[in-house]
Design a binder for this molecule. Sequence first.
Ligand SMILES: Cc1cc2nc3c(=O)[nH]c(=O)nc-3n(C[C@H](O)[C@H](O)[C@H](O)COP(=O)(O)OP(=O)(O)OC[C@H]3O[C@@H](n4cnc5c(N)ncnc54)[C@H](O)[C@@H]3O)c2cc1C
Ligand code: FES
Length: 368
Amino acid sequence: MDFSVILRTVGSLALISGALSIIISVAEKVLNNYGTCELDINQGQKKLSVQGGSSLLSTLAAEKIFIPSACGGKATCGLCKVQVLEGAGPLLPTEEPYISQQEREEHMRLSCQIKVKGNMRLMIPEELFNIREYICRVESITDMTYDIKLLRMKLPEGETVTFKAGQFMQFYTKPYGKVKEEVFRAYSISSKASEHDHIELLIRLVPGGICTTYVHTVLQEADQVRLSGPYGDFYLRGDCEELIMIAGGSGLAPIRSLVYDVIEKGLPHKMRFFFGANTVRDLYYMEEFAQIERDYPQFKFIPCVARPEPQDNWTGETGFVTVALENQVDSGDGKEAYLCGSPGMLDACIKILKDKGFTDQTIFYDKF
Ligand SMILES: Cc1cc2nc3c(=O)[nH]c(=O)nc-3n(C[C@H](O)[C@H](O)[C@H](O)COP(=O)(O)OP(=O)(O)OC[C@H]3O[C@@H](n4cnc5c(N)ncnc54)[C@H](O)[C@@H]3O)c2cc1C
Ligand code: FES
């Protein structure tokens, strides 16, 4: 075929596809123009006029109403539930796995999945109005292990944060490299609840993960970061004599905050903290917890290493954390359990705890 014919064909195809993409984007703008929509919250307690077209989660966030959400709107965490009495349309397939039959009857919806397309009537728990946004300065980034960093952030001068030990914050990234949009993820607060001008997070690198790659490779000391919170119901109930605490990896974060909370408030609970690590390289905060153990006889630290090497000269518990739990916790009587770590580890531990008499009312956890 003549070369000029090929050039003309390629040129015409490029023109057609250019024209098509313009038509599609104009059509999208026209079709998705839902105009101004009215949101009635808690039967007239708040009334908002918002631009339609975005998810309910991000529309509310733009109005400084922060609904808990850990997965960044990917419909994988189920945390962003909101009661929508009117205006949400039928339940979407992406919502179905997270909304129980009872929740359907109560009109609960995943706010990250439903779009604001018209007027809506919502019910939002009062306590969510206390969730705030903070623009912090990164004070330090410290390597705790080969894949866990401690991020210490300072709140703006004069601002304070109040949270319950065990709760989490949402951390927002900035666009970087091929990631063109901001994302946000949940991170448990590892600092003391008595510290109101700082937030500390322990962030484990997930290979290929958007937020953790940002924290581990892009973020620098003195950078500004955006956080919102606090969120979550993983906090101390304390209706017992002894707290059994179990964590793996960065799951140590909320447990550290809980341990200090019990100590600083002078609560009488005995505490046993089982910390599971694969190898000795995965252990951290060892000296700090050993010191707490020396200072406070009510606290016992039990690090368990699944695969120690001979050269590690490891003298502590060897094997999975489940083995130590099985051997050292006799029954659930007078105890509550607080667990944080990977789903696999938590499921195995919860099974053992239930066999020992712990119940859904005495087991509290955050899985990630
Ligand atoms: C309540 C709560 C508290 C949390 N607290 C902490 C914390 O204190 N410290 C911490 O490091 N993380 C914590 N997480 C996990 C955190 O929110 C992110 O999910 C995690 O850091 C991965 O984010 P990412 O953007 O780097 O990965 P993404 O870009 O979201 O995911 C990249 C890929 O990795 C997979 N993936 C996501 N998370 C994990 C994981 N944990 N392990 C293995 N694969 C994964 C995804 O399925 C995906 O395929 C918490 C989660 C919840 C729900
Ligand atoms: S934000 Fe995770 S399911 Fe909606």
